[in-house]
Design a protein around this ligand. Sequence first.
Ligand code: 2M8
Length: 502
Amino acid sequence: MIAGPSDQPALLSARSRQERGADPAIGRPHGAATTIDALDAAEAAGSPAARIVRRAFRRTYDVTDLAMGAADVLRSNDIGTMVTAAPALYPHMWSWDAAFISIGLAHLGVDRAGQEIRTLLAAQWADGMIPHIVYGDRGGYFPGPGRWGTAELSASAPQAPLTSGICQPPVHAIAVGRILEVARRGSAEDRAAGEQLVRDSWDALYRWHAWLSQYRDPDGTGLIAVVHGWESGMDNSPRWDQPYTAVVPGPDLPPYVRLDRELVRDGAERPTDLEYDRYLWLIEEMRRASYDPVKVYDTCSFLVADVFVSAIFAVASDVLADLGEEFGQPAAHVAELRTWAARSRAAVAASCHPETGLARDFDRRTGQWIDVETLAGFAPLICGGLDADAERALLATLHGPRWAGHPELVAKVPPTVSPDSAGFKSREYWRGPQWPVVSWLFGWAHARHGHTAAAATLRTETLKLVGDGAFSEYYEPVTGEALGSRMQSWTAAVILDWCTAR
Ligand code: 2M8
């Protein structure tokens, strides 16, 4: 479990949740909750005044309160073995969520952060894949382990813990690197715990990157393929609309009941039923291939080279190589990581549309570029690799009036789809809303590539966006309304990191 307040830095131990009268349901002070509920009602009734008041309200936030609220969210989502991705909607461990969550946990205790990474890595498949969900003991999520059947069908999957049969973006080395930075600012014990974590996790992370390279880029193109929209983490992004038309659920799709629609009342905030049929059909296809990664690559009706995953893979490979050099890991493995990083960085840069400059996914089944404008198009800003002029231009576009600097937005945080785009849906999951965790990733990358001012702006603006303390999964960009799950762990984690950043 996460250590109690007495073990926390002064910032986080100043007052307990009870002392400041937080609303346990949503983790924000009572006064704020009342105000926001009233605004919700007024906005639902179409009051323009409510929108203006909401905007004013959002400009006032207190970093100390936000940090304490974020720490509370992580503590209350901690079920001992893992911090669940969210209390009700996602009551298990998700792969890339766990990485971001561990960054937040590092500010509460480096050991606890390391434990989160170790829990995830204990579920790594024998072939090297890190699964997208590690199931805890509770049910409460569909599809659960029975629907995947990985333990029965795959020789590589662990018998315990039970896992899903696909993966998610490889942000884990970035997380371990960040935990080490935080650890080195702490006590001698923190420092030792951070360094031990690198030693304990390096080989597993190397094998994970090797799996991605071998099975998801078998031709060595540099672009890493995904076999399910869930693998991208941006589940229903318009990027996937065209490839998903090739996923045709058969009449033998076993029946199922969605649980997410019972928890998120506004259906417009979640993927549609047709999208879910396709998600579930892909699982059937993978079951029929016994989750053999070669067969899945060859037979799955969805196979897209994902430019955003590829960018993450490139930069995370570099981070892992840096750690490997420092910690005396095998030189041949470090060299492979450098090769993969360079190859993927070049491939991401080469994917850019000649006119818009935005990076593009490539549909491997149809052999066509996917020309859909989304936030993923800014992938080169994650991994680098553009010439200086092109990089400056792309940075200016991201922060300019079509994207984060759009005049309609409540905070200058990149939306997942530009409000000026035909596909923009302000409330619908990965089709428009702002995701604090994605902003953090861009902020981290900006800082890494020397765009210090842009990184600082993302931090300030995201803190403004989440100023109501709901720690929501995502936000409506024009009103700033909290959407999806409340008390989402990765939102809390990145906010905690930003609140305590140095
Ligand atoms: C969302 O994905 C899950 C399926 O994996 C879902 O919608 O049920 C995505 O936002 C994904 O990126 C995230 O990791 C997960 C848990 O937060 O939720």
